[in-house]
Design a protein around this ligand. Structure first.
Ligand SMILES: NC(=O)c1ccc[n+]([C@@H]2O[C@H](COP(=O)([O-])OP(=O)(O)OC[C@H]3O[C@@H](n4cnc5c(N)ncnc54)[C@H](OP(=O)(O)O)[C@@H]3O)[C@@H](O)[C@H]2O)c1
Length: 294
């Protein structure tokens, strides 16, 4: 089996490669090697390698930055049109295309975990670009695709590989409270922060078993970002006095966000495959992998 992974230096890309390498020949590309919007280069790679699977782990993930008019073209190129082009290339060689979308496609008003068939209603340009990517893939007429929705991602490649620091929420909390810097964190926004190693495990399993369609993959449970930050502090025996609870309105972020974006892994449940870790166990596994707890 041959797999191509774009976005290899990201959190999820790195973990996909770790799982795929166990049983496949993996060809991976960082942004420096291949910009996903360089259509000619991408086409050459796909036709030369002729993989069975193409995993797109790239993304324009700067949710607030995406609101700037000058970034609009780039946001939609990376999150909507490049995935569509990848899907068309996959169709040419009968490969399965795996793309990653977001919990932010929902508006949060349901206040109950969102299922795959729930109606999206994106609140931000970032979320809209991800949803457009989904629609282009779904409406293409080629059915060998997996659209994975997840959110609140954290993985080790955001922390210490390639000299990068604090690419994820967990690391920012650790950094701030270890250096006794005050941190304002929303207590009225709920999600199920997801460890990319556990997410990648499930994505690779589904792809290898021939699953196609839309699937929600999040850790089990739900938690506010404030409580999640206190859990991090608690597990590391750090002083949580420096974490100040605020509301989403107080955050005054340029982009609107859903205040509830927990995903229900309904499709996984129906398949009898919902063995994702709980929010707390996933965090513990991450901290263990980082060597911060035993
Ligand atoms: N992070 C989250 O909380 C979250 C939530 C929901 C969904 N997602 C989606 O899940 C996927 C993986 O997220 P992640 O957290 O692993 O993201 P990440 O750590 O930011 O990794 C994304 C990778 O894509 C690369 N990239 C960005 N633009 C590119 C381009 N034009 N061409 C080629 N590579 C490009 C980035 O390169 P550089 O390192 O050079 O920037 C980075 O290595 C993305 O599709 C993301 O939108 C993420």
């Amino acid at each position: 089996m041959k797999a191509v992974v774009f976005g290899s230096r990201g959190q999820l890309g790195f973990d996909l490669i770790r799982w795929l390498s166990k049983s496949s020949e993996v060809f991976s590309f960082s942004r420096e090697e291949v910009d996903i919007t360089d259509l000619e280069k991408v086409k050459k790679i796909i036709f030369e390698i002729r993989p069975d699977f193409v995993f797109n782990a790239t993304g324009w993930n700067n949710v607030d930055g995406a609101e700037k008019v000058e970034n609009a073209e780039r946001v939609f190129s990376v999150n909507s049109f490049a995935p569509y082009f990848l899907l068309l290339l996959c169709k040419e060689i009968s490969a399965t295309f795996i793309n990653v979308s977001t919990d932010y496609v929902f508006d949060g008003k349901k206040r109950l975990p969102y299922e795959e068939q729930d109606e999206p209603n994106p609140l931000s340009v970032y979320a809209l670009s991800k949803l457009l990517g989904e629609l282009l893939i779904k409406k293409s007429g080629y059915s060998k695709f997996i659209i994975v929705r997840s959110g609140g991602l954290y993985g080790v490649n955001g922390s210490y590989i390639a000299g990068r620091t604090y690419r994820n929420f967990v690391e920012r909390v650790i950094e701030n409270i270890s250096s006794q810097k005050k941190m304002r964190i929303v207590y009225d926004v709920f999600s199920a922060p997801t460890y990319t190693f556990d997410l990648a495990r499930k994505i690779v399993e589904l792809a290898k078993e021939g699953f196609t369609g839309i699937v929600h993959i999040m850790q089990i449970g739900e938690i506010s970002w404030y409580d999640f930050s206190r859990l991090i502090a608690d597990l590391l025996h750090l002083d949580d006095r420096f974490i100040e609870p605020i509301t989403l309105a107080e955050l005054r972020a340029p982009a609107q966000r859903p205040n509830y974006s927990v995903l229900k892994n309904s499709v996984l449940e129906k398949l009898g495959k919902n063995d994702m870790m709980s929010v707390e166990d996933a965090l513990k596994s991450y901290l263990k992998e980082r060597g911060l707890i035993l």
